[in-house]
Design a protein around this ligand. Structure first.
Ligand code: SAH
Ligand code: SF4
Ligand code: F3S
Length: 472
């Protein structure tokens, strides 16, 4: 049993050593050990976790498992968890009750937990104390160990808990069972060294490690050959890509090289305002296949709160960058993340956030109430704001965010835009759906044969969260 340790996870020192690249190979004798068995997986959290689940699914299928959507019939139930806010935790702990019921009826079922919650010392301690029917716990740093861990659970019939607190090497040659045939996630870096005071990610994902450019470009080229139309380069702050590499090769260089592969659409998330260089802006504005869409988290519009959050920029610096992006990148759409109710946030601080929203008129935003996370500095700050005030601020903020989302969508009415058609619309079976270059969801009247293609669509109607259109 290897359990997580918060102190270890906080460390950032040279003694962590150089990051090595390891090529993953599945031992021959493990192939097919779970033949005939079925797995159910539920994923919480961000794109990185979604992509990790694509990895986990492929590993399970190499062992012989096949995927099913009905949890009650599965032989393995796995929750790939997120730790970012308290409600993410509560959802998982709530779900464990259902798993317990299933295990009472079908004791052979293996119950597993992976992802960011598995990296938390407090969570694993609670699992050991109160949820002893969990058979498998592994973290974000040892997904590649899943075959060995499952093999041990299956043969020894005893639970396996293995969570490394220190990030390990970068694994290449990992298999992925991708959710889409047209758009793909591509990791370009792991971890985060920013340590914003409210955020748990640096503890659950470890130190920042950039993948080698050769490996990234090879993956993009291979995806292109397989017919993929779009890649999204993934990292917690992708603008810092390369800062930990010996070679002087940064995000702007990578974007340019990925653009040269000729893949039709390139996106990247998430951009931290701190590392956004002029060179990057130039590359984005000049390369046609880099999409004019930027997620630029603001978090707060008050300099006092930004400082307490450890965000390393002021409201003025953020706004300067924002306007530069709008000016230099034609037709760019910018979205953001905002937290309300951070400790010590006054009504004046909150009004400053609203002022930034009025100025930036974001295309859309994710908004959150501050949630204290064990081990982070902000969790030790005195929580000065009542629940009612936090909820009221969130509501006022959302009202403005939704207003500007609708306004942004209004400006598309009657226009012809390019949409990558991904599948059948969830709203209307007779329609297809996809996203514009600027990341707007469009439900389109078009033949199903357009699925997998980028087509011209005329926007006929707009709502707050989506638009309607027809193929032209
Ligand atoms: N790496 C990204 C953010 C990843 S987390 C970045 O730096 O922009 C996604 C969002 O969750 C954050 O932008 C923040 O708005 C929100 N978030 C993170 N920790 C939070 C917390 N403790 N409480 C509330 N929201 C939080
Ligand atoms: Fe969290 Fe800040 Fe890192 Fe984003 S940049 S993952 S908010 S610590
Ligand atoms: Fe959640 Fe971990 Fe992503 S905490 S937001 S799944 S990096």
């Amino acid at each position: 049993m290897v359990v997580p340790n918060l102190k270890e996870a906080m460390k950032r020192s040279k003694e962590n050593g150089k990051v090595q690249t390891i090529h993953y190979v599945l031992e021959e004798e493990l192939k097919g050990i779970a033949k005939g068995k079925r797995y159910f997986i539920k994923t919480y959290g961000c794109q990185m976790n979604e992509h990790d689940s694509e990895n986990i699914k492929a590993l399970l299928e190499e062992l012989g498992f096949s995927q099913i959507d009905c949890m009650e019939e599965a032989d393995l139930i796995l929750l790939n968890t997120c730790a970012i806010r308290e409600n993410a935790h509560n959802k998982v702990f709530g779900f464990l009750g259902r798993i317990k019921n299933i295990k009472e009826k079908r004791p052979h079922v293996i119950a597993g937990i992976s992802g960011c919650m598995a990296q938390e010392e407090v969570v694993v301690n609670e699992i050991l104390k109160k949820y002893n029917y969990i058979d498998l716990v592994f973290g974000t740093h040892n997904i590649h160990r899943l075959p060995q861990l499952l093999s041990a659970v299956l043969s020894k019939k005893e639970s396996q808990i293995e969570v490394f607190s220190k990030e390990g090497d970068i694994l290449e040659n990992m298999p992925f069972k991708r959710d889409s045939k047209y758009k793909a996630w591509v990791n370009i870096m792991y971890g985060c060294d920013k340590f914003c005071t409210y955020c748990i990610v640096p503890y659950t994902r470890g130190r920042q490690r950039s993948r080698k450019k050769e490996d990234i470009l090879e993956e993009v080229n291979s995806l292109k050959k397989q017919g993929y139309k779009e890649v999204t380069l993934l990292g917690q702050n992708v603008n810092a890509y390369g800062k930990d590499l010996e070679e002087k090769y940064r995000m702007e260089d990578l974007l340019l090289d990925v653009s040269k592969t000729g893949i039709e659409r390139i996106r990247f998330v998430t951009s931290h305002p701190w590392d956004f260089t002029d060179k990057m802006i130039e590359v984005i504005s000049t390369c046609e296949n880099i999409m004019p869409y930027i997620h630029l988290p603001l978090q707060s519009g008050s300099n006092t709160i930004l400082k307490l959050m450890g965000r390393r920029y002021t409201k003025e610096e953020y706004l300067t960058l924002f306007h530069k992006l709008k000016e230099k990148i034609p037709n760019v759409s910018i979205t953001t993340d905002i937290i309300v109710g951070f400790p010590n946030e006054t009504e004046e601080d909150f009004l400053e956030t609203l002022q930034v929203v009025e100025e930036c008129k974001y295309d859309s935003a994710f908004t959150f109430i501050f949630s204290p996370r064990v081990g982070t500095p902000a969790a030790k700050m005195e929580d000065t704001i009542s629940k009612e005030v936090k909820e009221e601020r969130l509501q006022r903020l959302n009202e403005r965010i939704n207003y500007y989302s609708k306004c942004a969508n209004e400006s598309y009415k009657g226009k012809i835009v390019k949409v990558l058609i991904e599948g059948v619309s969830e709203k209307d079976e007779d329609k297809v759906m996809g996203y514009t270059e600027t990341m707007k969801l469009v439900n389109v009247k078009a033949d199903k044969a357009t699925i997998g293609n980028i087509i011209d669509v005329k926007i006929t109607d707009v709502k707050t969260w989506s638009m309607d259109g027809e193929a032209v």
